[in-house]
Design a protein around this ligand. Sequence first.
Ligand code: PGA
Length: 290
Amino acid sequence: MPSIPTVMERGDYEDYESLPKPRTIKGGESMRVIVADDYEIMSKEAAKIVADQIRKRRDSVFALPTGGTPVGLYAELIRMHKEEGLDFSRVFMFNLDEYIGLPEDHESSYHFYMYDKFFNHVNVTRDKVHIPHGLAEDPEEEAADYEWAIKRVGGIDLGVLGIGRNGHIGFNEPKTEFGSSTRPIYLAKRTIEANARFFEGDHEAVPRRAISMGIRTIMNSRKIILLANGTEKSHAIYQTVHGPVTEMVPSSVLQLHPDCTLILDKDAACELEPSPNGFVPGRGIRTMVY
Ligand code: PGA
């Protein structure tokens, strides 16, 4: 396992914007990677970027993930709202995905998750919150309306992503076309297995379909951050950063995005090669550019 390069000390890391912009490498692509010592620091780094975006533009448009990974991010944003007055009232939220077939009050639906883990605890404006409707009569039409709703508010400013073990982003599973927009999809077997833990371990209970933002929808975000923790994500992260850009690994497309930052804990970063570019120190974090 390659070790992550050590960094020079240059005082505390406070200001995300002061970090050097990724250098252009590999014929135009580059990726910034922040490796945090632990999950809590990873979550706080992500929250700082979200908060900076809101402070820069109060009516920013976000794409937001669900799952185990972002729970700490949402907890930190709630703390920032309560203790620092971070204001969500003008912010637009668009969930990356929702299961088809679950009612919104089902405890495993992403509606339920988002309100339970985040929205109920901050001052979001309800009609600025968008999550695909899993019980829509016509999922194709629901997806098309969703895509249109994103365009109507000017597109996504900051796309926040998790990643599946198979490299999926949103519910865009391997072989999804990079040109895809929001649409109904089928979950991969590996995703059903991984998500069974949110259905009391019952694979049969996991819906087979979902509505997901497309890869192109995500790639149109002005800025993207992707969070990952744990060794079970380390290979997908390796492929995201070092692998070929291929529809077999949906997250590999992020190599083509002009402003993408991966925020990882050490375990998720453990397969990464030492950075060929600069890195910047901070308390509990290292930053690398590939
Ligand atoms: P997880 O899911 O955060 O629960 O690991 C991430 C994903 O599947 O995108």
